[in-house]
Design a protein around this ligand. Structure first.
Ligand code: FE2
Length: 203
């Protein structure tokens, strides 16, 4: 790898590149102790503004769009508690249409005492990382770069110079949005050094 991102310049989909690939990313299934299944399920309903497509004693399926479920929570007897630092999935990310939607969601969740653990402008995205009740990490984000400009963005050197990003204060960012600053300006990655990776929640 030389740090460039040639895929950004290729035909957009794997199908257009002559490959047979999944039609979509369908869902994520989480396991949890049975007594916590509905607490976890409810957290995802709140965070994602979702509804239960199906719910039973063992857990349930949450949908917020035309997919039958995006998140499923299953209570399994004997599940052990989360331990930080194991290899495996780091987080699941959900993209909002615009910064105003991310701002709305931040304040809506704050009312529920659900706050992000870590906020960072990666360059390609403005991202807030939350922990669910089992300490699975959920990223709520917006794309900073329009799709047609991905190739240009990855060529401009910003990401290669700092592929982690620059932290931001959500209160400050969203106040500036409310005060009338343009989304496209607020989505620009601020000047600053990347955080130490140890600051990034590893869960
Ligand atoms: Fe992510």
């Amino acid at each position: 790898m030389d740090g460039s991102a040639p895929v950004a310049k290729m035909p957009k989909t794997a199908k257009e590149r002559g490959k047979i690939a999944p039609a979509k990313l369908a869902h994520v299934v989480l396991r949890t102790p049975p007594e916590r299944a509905h607490m976890v399920l409810d957290w995802y309903k709140v965070v994602l503004e979702g509804e239960a497509m199906y719910e039973a004693d063992f857990g349930g399926f949450v949908t917020y769009d035309d997919e039958h479920h995006r998140i499923a929570v299953l209570g399994f007897p004997g599940i052990k508690e989360h331990i930080d630092g194991y290899a495996g999935m780091h987080h699941v990310a959900f993209t909002y249409e615009k910064l105003a939607d991310l701002s709305h969601t931040y304040f809506r969740l704050k009312e529920e005492n659900i706050l992000p653990e870590f906020c960072i402008n990666h360059g390609p995205t403005t991202s807030m990382y939350y922990f669910d009740p089992d300490k699975n990490q959920v990223e709520l984000q917006v794309d900073n770069v329009p799709e047609e400009k991905f190739a240009e963005y990855f060529d401009n050197g910003e990401f290669s110079a700092n592929p982690i990003g620059v932290k931001f204060d959500p209160e400050d960012l969203f106040k500036r949005l409310e005060a009338g600053e343009a989304e496209e300006d607020l989505l620009q990655r601020p000047e600053g050094a990347p955080p130490d990776l140890s600051e990034f929640p590893a869960n």
